[in-house]
Design a protein. Sequence first.
Length: 277
Amino acid sequence: MQEYFEIGQIVKGEVVRITDFGAFIDIGGVDALLPLSQISWRWVEHPSDILKLGEKINIEIIGIDHGKQRVSLSLKNLEPDPWIEAKGKIAEGKILEANPKGCKVYIDNPIIVEENPPQLQLAIACLKDDANEEVTFHAAQTNVSKIILLRTEHSQESKNSDLNRILRRCKLKSRVSLKQSMKAWETEIEGPFELKEWLKNVQGTLVLCDMNGQKDFEKRSDSNFPTTLLIGPEGGFSNQEIELIKNAPQAKTQMLQLGKTRLRARTAALLAIGKLI
């Protein structure tokens, strides 16, 4: 394995072998694998439909396993990503072919939907198990433009939890919600951030749920910034955190009452969204 290979590096190679699952590319004495899924953004039945033996191509290194002496490649990474151009469009599709590995779909009559300025964001503490995923799935079907995961004093994720995994799964839930809601724009997922640090830069209106808060939300029509709904963990925000929220340097805080009973975090999030949209 040559040590100068790096992930993201663009190299020249020659197609030396073609199989059903991809092609092997000689990139300077190393036969690296170009998987079928990395050949093109378009549907590819077989690598030989795109590649020819002896063909010389430019290709990107996307994986290196020094232990197994393996290098993975991508050809489609050098092409424009069609899904970037598809953002903000709704189209009709016809399934042309279905199999366990995926579907071949013909997309027709794309309609461009203008993106609305962000009006409502949800900032919610990291919760245990799959609670954040559940909240994301439901909230992303509404007009919530962004969901922000926060780490607080009473956050319930375990010390060994993979927060990056939670973030990835929340992004997946947001994408799945597009099919249900028929929205053209995906709800963004960010974080996790430390609450104290996040509060230093947040702007607009913060809405904090509290039993002693107002029953109705007073919307500010003159604000160019979104309203951000804050939902704490099951143990709630600490007294110190509540004071930090109330005194956020670049935001105005409103207290909102959801009733006289104590609610689970996921329940409070969805109920509050319903009152604000």
